[in-house]
Design a protein around this ligand. Structure first.
Ligand code: FCB
Length: 440
């Protein structure tokens, strides 16, 4: 059994599910622009319609209530809230989240909004995006507008989702919007994202003193493929960049110095007081975990028999437990919330109720078991949000990978819970993960 207060939730993000891309004053985001460029998205799709959640949110909240979920993590689309460079606030955009929050509360579902899940307004990218320090100040202004409207009903504000992915995929590898490819820009973007977190954190403390401050980071535990000096060195670099780059400065440890040097980052973007702002105490660390990374400097063929999801990511639950214990012993943040965990699977078996996804069910169950073990070892984990409530737009992969515990038929927009959703619902009801032979 989990502690009585344990939260059972699901997670989504604005661009991946909302659709309604040109409704009620929403302005273009970097993802609209990026999707329009041929070759960027595997199936040449975009988020114009997605799950049409903007129009169907009532039905979607009812679905969560039927599943018995306690919490819902969603993100707010900045391009719906601030219309232009001069900072014009779009009340119609705020109205949508106002309605959503009320709907959730009326169903006893705790809303966990994230302020930035990658959909930067295009007009800010036109000024340099996250490479431009000014974007961090814009983020704080946008945060203020959201706090003014929703602050009375929200108890936890999360600033950013996975800044590593924003900076790395967006500015270094180019596999995400805005599609730039420069290590130096990636470094600058990473610092300005953290600065944005710090500036927004100040506003949250000041304007909504009752609310908790959170940030969600993604972690991919690394293991060397061998004990060769090269593999060990490469593993350490990856660990710094992927697992410590954001958590260390937030915890007051500064940027991992050796790795900064290795990538020739002179930290010239880091101005006086920035690190103090960034390291103001957070209340909750959001943790996103999917897989581990076995690091090798040689081109070794990975053993074919490792279990993998449909995107090829290895499934290795013990790394999750190890990660959670490691995070707690290194940082001791007051609370940890699992803000994403889940997997895309083939979803090709059906019965009369819908998709029979025993593979996803096993993934969720085995990862919940790790969460449970970590709690027993004293890690303060307050809940688990499965990624994702719905099949949705999986960024550069388009609509191919299906992460949902609920299937979405994109032709009819019909939602059908998969077997994993029924299992998750039963697990939430029993506040545990071991319900014997679940035949639901
Ligand atoms: C995370 C993202 C989320 C989703 C999952 C699969 O990196 O935060 O939006 O795409 O991966």
């Amino acid at each position: 059994m989990f502690p009585d207060t344990f939260l059972w939730g699901s997670a989504t993000s604005s661009y991946q599910i909302e659709g309604a891309h040109d409704v009620d004053g929403r302005v273009p985001s970097i993802w609209d622009t990026y999707c329009a460029i041929e070759g960027n998205i595997a199936d040449a799709s975009n988020g114009d319609v997605a799950c049409d959640h903007y129009n169907r949110y009532r039905e979607d909240v009812a679905l969560m209530a039927n599943l018995g979920l306690d919490a819902y993590r969603f993100s707010i689309a900045w391009p719906r809230i601030i219309s232009d460079l001069s900072g014009t606030v779009n009340e119609l955009g705020l109205d949508f989240y106002d309605r959503l929050v009320d709907e959730l509360l009326s169903r006893n579902i705790r809303p966990f909004p994230t302020l930035y899940h990658w959909d930067l307004p295009q007009y800010l990218e036109d000024e340099g995006g996250w490479v431009n320090r000014d974007t961090a100040y814009r983020f704080a202004e946008y945060t203020e507008a959201v706090l003014g409207r929703l602050g009375d009903r929200i108890d936890t504000f999360t600033t950013l989702n996975e800044p590593f992915v924003s900076a790395n995929h967006g500015y270094v590898t180019g596999e995400h919007a805005p599609g730039r490819t420069s290590m130096a820009e990636g470094m600058a973007a990473s610092h300005h994202l953290l600065l944005a977190h710090g500036l927004a954190g100040e506003r949250i403390r000041e304007l909504t003193p009752h609310a908790r401050l959170a940030i969600t980071l993604n972690f991919t535990p690394v293991e060397p493929a061998s004990d060769s000096a090269k593999d060990l060195a490469e593993t350490a670099l990856k660990d710094d960049l992927e697992n410590r780059w954001y958590a260390d400065p937030i915890a007051g440890l500064g940027y991992p110095t050796k790795t900064a040097e290795h990538y020739n980052w002179d930290q010239s973007e880091v101005l006086d007081d920035d690190l103090d702002l960034i390291s103001q105490p957070i209340d909750v660390l959001g943790v996103n975990y999917y897989t581990r990374n076995v690091v090798s400097t040689r081109n070794v063929l990975r053993p074919a028999d490792l279990p993998r999801n449909s995107m090829g990511w290895e499934i290795h639950a013990p790394s999750f437990g190890g990660l959670l214990r490691g995070l707690h012993s290194r940082y001791s943040f007051p609370a940890i919330l699992i803000t994403e965990n889940g997997c895309p699977m083939p979803d090709n078996i059906r019965d009369e109720q819908g998709i029979v996804d025993d593979d996803r069910l096993d993934y969720v169950r085995s990862h919940l078991a790790e969460v449970h073990g970590a709690i027993e070892d004293g890690v303060p984990i307050e809940g688990y949000m499965v990624w994702s409530l719905f099949d949705n737009f999986e960024w550069a992969w388009g609509y191919g990978p299906t992460f949902g515990i609920v299937e979405v038929n994109y032709r009819t927009q019909e939602r059908t819970p998969k077997k994993s959703a029924r299992w998750f619902s039963a697990a939430a009801a029993s506040n545990g993960f071991d319900m014997g032979d679940f035949d639901g």
